[in-house]
Design a protein around this ligand. Structure first.
Ligand code: DOR
Ligand code: ZN
Length: 345
């Protein structure tokens, strides 16, 4: 196969940031994607409906003229979130979901939830009104090994939460383990997972073997090869419970390369080429559309995009810029470590 036409894809987990960074990266996503779930971990975070309205307007203003892209806004869950404000924002269509960051789990998560029991009244409201919950599924206890934090979260937080609120629609975001894959497969309703482009391609050796590679450092951190394999099998299977959330998370090079560098991989620009490569290698190109364009909207209860996107396989590698410029410093694009032949037409 040398040409593949699929419904226009969506990105079910994206960081667009704000200000100059927003202006630099928004066009990179809007080029290939119809919609994206926009992460609310700004400084300060997007907590109220008023915050989300203002942020949505800044995103729309940052898009290139004529861009065919709709930001799907989220609220950042805090223990002080007003359930009535949240419910009104969901009812009006302003927000598509709410994001749960365990406090301290990742970038700008300090205002997140310290004890999920303190947010239970808000989560109950969400279950009642049908507002989906996106979860960063890692525990934060310092005595838990960073490579085990996702598996421990499933056992100690996610599973009890699902038993307590079976009607709450949950998205386990950017799963990185076989445990995560198996847990999602074991659920018959109200649980799905997003998988990033980079977690389909790198394992922990890519970060640490032969020198430390900060541009591959993200959270949850990439795990052993057996976990990457489980993610690839799930993503390419066509199983409707798994779909694309790139977690494209731009940080400028100085912020990635300093002594305590930021977590995040920026992959908006070449994600579709990378995914076509992965799916073709698995002999599963026919399932790329399900993963990138169909399963996400179906789970969220939204229509699939009517537009299409065509990828063509070139005879020589496609080139992408190594870096995206911002008004200050550049952002390095994800390097899959292999040549890319699939190009978005
Ligand atoms: O690698 C990550 N970067 N993981 C996250 O959860 C947050 C994100 C960011 O905002 O930079
Ligand atoms: Zn993220």
């Amino acid at each position: 196969m040398t040409t593949l036409t699929i419904r226009r894809p969506d990105d079910w987990h994206l960081h667009l940031r704000d200000g100059d960074m927003l202006k630099a990266v928004a066009p990179e996503t809007a080029r290939d994607f119809g919609r994206a779930i926009i992460m609310p971990n700004l400084v300060p975070p997007v907590v109220t409906a008023a915050d989300a309205t203002a942020y949505r307007d800044r995103i729309l203003a940052a898009l290139p003229e004529g861009a065919d892209f709709k930001p799907l806004m989220t609220l950042y869950l805090t223990e002080g979130t007003d359930p009535a404000d949240l419910a009104a924002a969901h009812e009006s269509g302003l927000i598509t979901a709410v994001k749960l960051y365990p406090a301290g789990a990742t970038t700008n998560s300090d205002s997140g939830v310290k004890d999920i029991n303190n947010a239970m009244h808000i989560l109950e409201k969400m279950a009642e009104i049908g507002c989906p919950l996106c979860i960063h599924g890692e525990v934060t206890d310092s005595h838990i090994d960073i490579f085990d934090r996702e598996a421990v979260f499933i056992d100690t937080i996610l599973d009890p939460l699902r038993k307590r609120l079976p009607d709450l629609k949950i998205i386990s975001e950017h799963i990185t383990t076989k445990n995560g894959v198996d847990y999602v497969k074991s659920a018959d309703k109200n649980l799905a997972a997003t998988i990033t482009t980079h977690h389909l391609i790198i394992n922990r050796n890519h970060i640490l073997a032969g020198g430390i590679r900060p541009h591959y450092y993200c959270l949850p951190v990439a795990k052993r090869e057996e976990h990457r394999r489980a993610l690839v099998d799930a993503a390419t299977s066509g199983d409707a419970r798994f779909f694309l959330g790139t977690d494209s998370a731009p940080h400028t090079d100085p912020n990635k390369l300093m002594e305590c560098g930021c977590a995040g991989v920026f992959s908006a620009t070449n994600t579709m080429s990378c995914l076509a490569h992965v799916f073709e290698t698995e002999g599963k190109l026919e399932n790329l559309e399900a993963f990138a364009s169909l399963n996400g909207p179906t789970y969220y209860g939204l229509p699939v995009n009517t537009e299409t996107l065509t990828l063509t396989k070139q005879g020589t590698p496609v080139t992408f810029p190594a870096k995206i410029e911002t008004s200050t410093d550049p952002v390095t694009l994800f390097d899959p470590g292999f040549p890319l032949y699939w190009q978005v037409a």
